[in-house]
Design a binder for this molecule. Structure first.
Ligand SMILES: *[C@@H]1O[C@H](CO)[C@@H](O)[C@H](O)[C@H]1NC(C)=O
Ligand SMILES: *[C@@H]1O[C@H](CO)[C@@H](O)[C@H](O)[C@H]1NC(C)=O
Ligand SMILES: *[C@@H]1O[C@H](CO)[C@@H](O)[C@H](O)[C@H]1NC(C)=O
Ligand SMILES: *[C@@H]1O[C@H](CO)[C@@H](O)[C@H](O)[C@H]1NC(C)=O
Ligand SMILES: *[C@@H]1O[C@H](CO)[C@@H](O)[C@H](O)[C@H]1NC(C)=O
Ligand SMILES: *[C@@H]1O[C@H](CO)[C@@H](O)[C@H](O)[C@H]1NC(C)=O
Length: 347
């Protein structure tokens, strides 16, 4: 019981001494470098007080006052720590100030080797933020904006340099390995200065220039594809070879029974009136300086027997009809018999 009372008394005493002491309001300021700043120091009972500061400082007041204002028209000291004090330094309170400065410039670049970018190679992206304070509050995000406008966050970085208050240049780096889908995309970095609830809302953001990417990659045949087909004799064969690739690929067709050293330099093969001898493998080569891609179409030429069968059938029918006609007409029969049979017919 005694202990509880003692503790209660003790806390009451502490509250009392706290209340007796100075109150700085606002206790925290976030000020843009060069802007005005102001805060009040107050006491419940009138006291002689002063402000110790590199800018806007004031010595002890001649009279006892309950409130003393600290004010500067243009805050330029990066390490400003205005402190309100009473006579003899019995009590003092420091105003918590953050002086900030937005970056002069945010830029993105990459180590250009090989240039332009090549699929699968690793590149070092570098985001440079010039003349920013305080650098510990800066968050840098790398973004990729695809050719279709879709934005993807690649990485966010922040430096733990809370003790640095003067402007700094910040370099942020990221390894980037482009794929073929990244051709035509844009890269950028965005610097956001997050100064907390006392800072400007929403937190100021500054974007870098946009880096256009030109990604080189080896061809990949998209059509006609690698397959087997059959075509009827006499029909027209048309094969159009096309591939994705950067730089744009060039095409060659290797035709069946052709010397592998003599390729047709074009993307389309057209053969009218296909013959059996045109059967075989038709191979397309798509190439650019980064490599090549091939696809073989196996073509089988089939003979169409239907017209032949129909023709033969018609011929047989005609012959039969003619024979019957001749044979069924007596004069003809006689003529026929006399003309063709006497030599073999003994009557
Ligand atoms: C300081 O106190 C004065 C008088 O009460 C008031 O007018 C002023 O707005 C206060 N300044 C700040 C920064 O709170
Ligand atoms: C100033 O205020 C910030 C944010 O509330 C806090 O993180 C920091 O520690 C304070 N600095 C001092 C010296 O009290
Ligand atoms: C930041 O970079 C700029 C331009 O390169 C330079 O003029 C300036 O001195 C640098 N500042 C610091 C703090 O290194
Ligand atoms: C071949 O295909 C490509 C892509 O599909 C097309 O642009 C081109 O016009 C075609 N060429 C011919 C001769 O059909
Ligand atoms: C065509 O290529 C296939 C393999 O892709 C092979 O098996 C076949 O023998 C080739 N045909 C001719 C006629 O060369
Ligand atoms: C295709 O590329 C391969 C290596 O990927 C190479 O060995 C071959 O000679 C190339 N062929 C042609 C026809 O360029």
């Amino acid at each position: 019981m005694e202990i509880v009372i003692l503790v209660s008394l003790l806390s009451l005493y502490c509250d009392f001494t706290d209340a007796e002491c100075l109150v700085v309001s606002p206790a925290r300021l976030v000020v843009k470098h060069g802007d005005p700043a102001s805060s009040n120091c107050s006491s419940d009972t009138p006291v002689e007080m002063g402000w110790e500061a590199t800018q806007g400082g004031a010595g002890l007041t001649d009279n006892k006052v309950k409130i003393l204002n600290w004010k500067v028209d243009s805050l330029t000291d990066w390490n400003s720590k205005p402190t309100c004090f009473t006579e003899g330094g019995q009590c003092q309170k420091q105003l918590n100030i953050t002086v900030y400065k937005l970056p002069d410039r945010v830029s993105i670049s990459y180590r250009k080797y090989p240039d332009p970018m090549v699929e699968g190679h690793q590149y070092l992206l570098q985001c440079l933020v010039q003349n920013i304070a305080p650098i510990g509050r800066l968050r840098v995000t790398f973004y990729k904006v695809s050719a279709t406008g879709e934005q993807t966050e690649l990485d966010t970085q922040q430096k733990s340099k809370d003790n640095i208050k003067t402007p700094e240049n910040g370099t942020y780096t990221l390894d980037f390995t482009p794929g073929r889908d990244d051709d035509g995309a844009q890269l950028l970095c965005s610097a956001m200065l997050d100064l907390g609830p006392e800072g400007p809302q929403p937190p100021p953001v500054m974007d870098s220039n946009r880096l256009n990417t030109n990604v080189h990659y080896k061809p990949q045949i998209t059509s006609p594809g690698c397959f087997s087909m059959s075509i009827t004799e006499g029909d027209t064969l048309s094969l159009n070879c096309s591939a994705n690739g950067n730089p744009a690929p060039s095409y060659d067709w290797l035709l069946p029974h052709a010397d592998p050293n003599t390729m047709e330099e074009r993307s389309v093969v057209t053969i009218t009136n296909m013959a059996k001898s045109h059967s075989g493998n038709y191979t397309c080569f798509a190439r650019n300086p980064l490599g090549n891609s091939t696809c073989t179409v196996n073509v089988e030429v089939t003979v169409n027997y239907l017209p032949i069968i129909a023709g033969l059938t018609a011929a047989v029918v005609v012959i039969l009809l003619v024979s019957c006609f001749i044979y069924s007409w007596p004069p003809h029969r006689a003529w026929f018999l006399s003309r063709f049979l006497p030599r073999f017919w003994p009557f």
